[in-house]
Design a protein around this ligand. Structure first.
Ligand SMILES: *[C@@H]1O[C@H](CO)[C@@H](O)[C@H](O)[C@H]1NC(C)=O
Ligand SMILES: *[C@@H]1O[C@H](CO)[C@@H](O)[C@H](O)[C@H]1NC(C)=O
Ligand SMILES: *[C@@H]1O[C@H](CO)[C@@H](O)[C@H](O)[C@H]1NC(C)=O
Length: 978
């Protein structure tokens, strides 16, 4: 009755209260053994039973016939077993279960039970087996379980139990199996467990246990299976573990154990499984481990173990898995690793990520090998032609070493091969046609080698291929015509080779293709219509080829595209076929011949991060819908024929870091809201027809690195707020109609290395404060203005400056001698001013053209004197001057021609990034190669195709590594849950 009352409460809300009732009143129900059916019905009423397995439980039937109930044979109604494992039961374990006084075995494992383990279980003194594992039980482990003196098997792991392991469990003196793995237990391993003389299996994996392995555990003399992986245990591995003569399995993986592996481990003559992965163990591999004659799995990976590979499968006749990856091992693979008499059972050898060197010939004696991973070492030599002595080979990973020579044709005999990963070595030569015999090959990674020749047609016989990566070799010739045979291909990466010819139409048969990278080759022709069949395609990069023509309309069917990079080709026609997907994150079409307007549907891809349409023939206005692309980081519409205003809607693109609209016919004013784009690093509006003033709000773009407004019709003065752009590297306001004085606040832009204000109507003196721009290097160009006054002596502080152009102003006075400090100066132009006096002697190495059009004298101009020197010209002097003029004119002509070529080539540029070309397209000054100096600076590279594909490359590489690493850990994970 009391129990009934407790059940009338919601167990979830009043769990604590009901527990109290139970504890107080449990003895009442225990007093009468005949209550087993009643207790069971209590249990039933507390559980949700989706499969109805308890539906036959009713007082009308004999309790011993109820589903899941076992009774003592011969007796009436003495319940000894309750087994309801795996029926999807949920609810809380009713404390009424303690009414089953004669029960010996309870199995409620693999259900969805919640709530605590009832402490009342402690009264079931006949209990031998208690299985509650794989539920969602919470709370702590009740110390009352220590009262179960007959308990042999206690498995309560894979729950959400927390708190410490109760030391009272050490009182369960009959315990043989203790499973507490996969919970959230903390604290230390109780020393009391050492009292469990009968304990054979102890599993504490995947908790958050701390401390060391207590020495008292040496008392568990019957241990066969000890597994404490995935905890935070530390200290040395105790040498007493070597005394467990029956120990078969020892798993200490993923803890913080340190020190050396005790030699006593070599005494464990029954050991079949030894896993020390993922600790901080040091020292050498003890030679004593070679005495573990029963050992099948040895995993010492991810430690700091040094010395030689001293494990000898020749002695460890049963060894199947040898995993030593991720240590500091050095030296060569021992010659006698395997005996070569078919006695080795070694199937998996993982030595990746050590400092091993020499060749791998010794491996050929391990006849049974199925997986070899020796990647990320310093191995040298060739891939041995005798590799086909390992006919069972499934996985061969030799990547990130220094192997040389070719891929031997015998590779074609490895008919079980599935993974061949050879990337980042020094391999040369071609792909042997025998590769076509590898019918099971799934993954072929040859990238970053020096391989050459054509891609053999036979490769298209490898119909299991899923990933092919030949990036960064020298393969030439066509992509095999029948590439479409590879129906399972998901990744085709052929970037950076010398492939030519068209993209085969059969490629459209590779219906599983998700990533296609053919960039940086010499491919020609149009995209085949069949491309539209690649409906799984997500990433397609074709940049830097000579592909041409309009895109097939079928491309519009590709709804899964996320990355398109077709930059630097000769594609023409409409962009619309590329806009079928609404998942685009990157659309990069720089330097093609696309025409028509920018379709507004491009804005359906709300996750767009980079939209690069620069260098095409696009016309019309910038669609206001682009303002929907609120994640946009790069917007490059430069070098087209766009017209109209900058739409105000773009102010929603608050994550923009690069906004490039230069080289169009855009009109209207420079919008003040640009000042609210706080992430902006590059703003280029040059070469348009913008009018009005420079908005002072631009001073709020505090991260701005490059600001170019040159070649517009901007008026008014330079706002002093520009001085707040303290990160600015480049400021270019050339060729406008700016008036007023140069604001002295520019001195705060002290990261500037390029400052161009030429061809405006600026007036007043040059602010002496500019002398504080100590990073100025590429150029200071103030030419073609109306600046007056003297050249400030402070400019002599710009010691990094390479070019200084103050020509065509109204500067007067003498040339300050401080300019002699400009030791980096290559070009100097002070011509056409009102300067007077003598050219300082240290500047005489600059040509006369640097100084003409002033009242100056002295080398390189004619010497200073009382009289005008022109009257005393001798005949030879006249000849020299005429010749000089002719020479200068010739140089100027060549320079002009070069500039025009650069302008032209920039529009067509194949690999030159926009910023590299910026100098010659927009620069008013000469071409001293300044662009090259900072071409590898930080901000514009972000958008270059090179860096994008580098990212791609990286992820592809790490996936490979994990393919095999996954296999090794899988292999090593011998222990199950609970
Ligand atoms: C164990 O975790 C509980 C919370 O679940 C915490 O209260 C207790 O202090 C922890 N004990 C140790 C030894 O970390
Ligand atoms: C440990 O268990 C947690 C929860 O079950 C799981 O997320 C985690 O992956 C496990 N760790 C290992 C190494 O198995
Ligand atoms: C493999 O490919 C070659 C050339 O593409 C072809 O001639 C040969 O019949 C193919 N072999 C098999 C077994 O399919």
């Amino acid at each position: 009755m009391a129990i009934k009352q407790s059940n009338s409460f919601s167990p979830r809300v009043h769990a604590g209260l009901s527990l109290l009732f139970c504890i107080l009143l449990a003895p009442v129900s225990l007093a009468t053994p005949a209550t087993a059916p009643a207790a069971l019905l209590e249990v039933k009423s507390g559980l949700t039973d989706p499969e109805g397995v308890l539906s036959g439980w009713s007082l009308e039937a004999d309790v011993c016939s109820w589903h899941g109930i076992t009774c003592l044979p011969g007796e009436v109604g003495i319940v000894t077993g309750l087994n309801l494992s795996g029926y999807g039961l949920s609810g809380v374990i009713p404390p009424a279960i303690s009414g089953l006084v004669s029960v010996e075995s309870i199995d409620l494992s693999s259900n969805s039970l919640t709530g605590p383990i009832p402490p009342e279980l402690g009264v079931l003194e006949n209990l031998r087996t208690l299985l509650l594992f794989s539920n969602s039980l919470t709370g702590t482990i009740p110390p009352e379980l220590g009262l179960l003196k007959n308990l042999k098997v206690l498995r309560i792991g894979d729950n959400r139990l927390h708190g410490e392991i109760p030391p009272q469990l050490g009182d369960c003196s009959e315990l043989e199996t203790l499973g507490l793995a996969y919970c959230q237990l903390n604290g230390t391993i109780p020393a009391e467990l050492g009292n469990l003389k009968q304990l054979q299996k102890l599993a504490l994996d995947n908790n958050t246990l701390t401390g060391g392995i207590p020495e008292q555990l040496a008392g568990c003399v019957s241990l066969r299976f000890l597994s404490v992986s995935d905890n935070m245990l530390q200290g040395n591995i105790p040498s007493f573990l070597g005394s467990f003569s029956d120990l078969q399995s020892l798993n200490l993986a993923n803890n913080q154990f340190s020190g050396e592996i005790p030699v006593e481990i070599g005494n464990l003559s029954s050991l079949t499984y030894l896993n020390l992965l993922g600790n901080s163990l040091t020292g050498a591999i003890p030679a004593e481990l070679n005495r573990l004659g029963q050992l099948q799995v040895l995993d010492l990976s991810m430690n700091n173990i040094s010395g030689k590979v001293s494990i000898s499968p020749a002695q460890l006749k049963n060894l199947k898995y040898l995993v030593l990856s991720g240590n500091l091992l050095d030296g060569a693979i021992p010659e006698d690793l395997c005996a070569g008499d078919s006695s080795s059972l070694l199937e998996n050898l993982f030595l990746a990520g050590n400092n091993l060197e020499g060749g791998i010939e010794a491996l050929l004696n391990c006849d049974a090998l199925q997986s070899i991973d020796v990647s990320n070492n310093s191995f040298t030599g060739v891939i041995p032609p005798g590799i086909d002595r390992l006919p069972g080979l499934v996985n061969l990973a030799l990547h990130n070493n220094s192997f040389t020579g070719g891929l031997p044709r015998q590779i074609g005999n490895l008919s079980n091969l599935e993974i061949l990963s050879l990337f980042h070595n020094g391999l040369t030569g071609g792909i042997p046609s025998e590769i076509g015999r590898l019918q099971k090959l799934k993954l072929l990674f040859l990238y970053e080698n020096q391989m050459s020749g054509t891609i053999p047609d036979e490769l298209t016989n490898c119909t299991s291929l899923e990933e092919v990566d030949f990036f960064g070799n020298h393969f030439h010739g066509p992509i095999p015509e029948r590439i479409g045979n590879l129906r399972n291909l998901a990744v085709l990466q052929l970037r950076q080779n010398d492939l030519s010819g068209p993209i085969p139409a059969s490629l459209g048969e590779c219906r599983s293709l998700q990533a296609l990278a053919l960039a940086d080759n010499r491919l020609t022709g149009v995209l085949p219509e069949t491309f539209g069949q690649l409906t799984e395609l997500s990433v397609v990069t074709l940049y830097n080829n000579s592909l041409e023509g309009p895109l097939p309309e079928s491309l519009f069917q590709l709804k899964n595209l996320t990355v398109i990079n077709f930059s630097h080709n000769r594609f023409a026609g409409s962009l619309v076929p590329l806009l079928g997907s609404t998942s685009l994150a990157v659309l990069a079409l720089t330097s093609n011949s696309f025409s028509g307007v920018i379709p507004a549907v491009v804005a359906r891809s709300r996750n767009m991060v980079r939209l690069q349409l620069g260098g095409n023939r696009l016309t019309g206005a910038i669609p206001a819908e682009l303002g929907n692309l609120t994640r946009l980081s790069m917007l490059d519409l430069s070098l087209n024929n766009l017209s109209g205003d900058i739409p105000a809607e773009l102010s929603s693109c608050v994550e923009l870091t690069h906004l490039k609209l230069d080289g169009n016919s855009l009109t209207g004013t420079v919008p003040a809201w640009l000042g609210s784009l706080r992430s902006l690093g590059e703003l280029d509006l040059s070469w348009n027809v913008f009018t009005g003033g420079i908005p002072p709000e631009l001073g709020n773009c505090s991260g701005l690195l490059k600001l170019s407004l040159s070649d517009n019709h901007l008026t008014g003065s330079i706002p002093p707020e520009i001085g707040r752009l303290t990160s600015l590297n480049v400021l270019n306001l050339n060729k406008n109609s700016l008036t007023g004085a140069i604001p002295p606040s520019l001195q705060q832009c002290n990261k500037l290395y390029e400052l161009r204000l030429s061809e405006n109507s600026l007036e007043g003196p040059i602010p002496p404060e500019l002398g504080q721009l100590s990073e100025l290097q590429v150029i200071l160009d103030l030419s073609r203005n109306r600046l007056s006054g003297e050249i400030p002596a402070s400019l002599g502080s710009l010691v990094k400056l390479e070019r200084l152009n103050l020509s065509s102003n109204r500067l007067d006075g003498q040339i300050p001698s401080s300019l002699l400090q400009l030791t980096s100066l290559h070009r100097l132009n002070l011509s056409d001013n009102l300067l007077s006096g003598a050219v300082p002697a240290g500047l005489s190495s600059f040509p006369a053209a640097s100084f003409v059009g002033n009242e100056l004298c002295g080398a390189p101009l004619p010497p200073c004197g009382p009289r005008s020197p022109a009257r005393r010209l001798s005949g030879t002097e006249v000849v020299v001057i005429v010749a000089g003029i002719a020479l200068v004119s010739a140089v100027v002509c060549v320079a002009l021609l070069y500039t025009m070529l650069r302008v032209w080539s920039n529009w067509r540029a194949v690999s030159v990034s926009n910023s590299d070309g910026e100098e010659s397209v927009h620069g008013g000054g000469g071409h001293g190669g300044g662009g090259g100096k900072w071409g590898d600076g930080k901000y514009w590279k972000v958008g270059s195709p090179v860096s994008w594909s580098a990212e791609q490359k990286h992820s592809s590489g790490s996936e490979t590594a994990s393919v095999l690493h996954g296999k090794s850990t899988e292999a090593a994970a011998g222990a199950g849950k609970s």
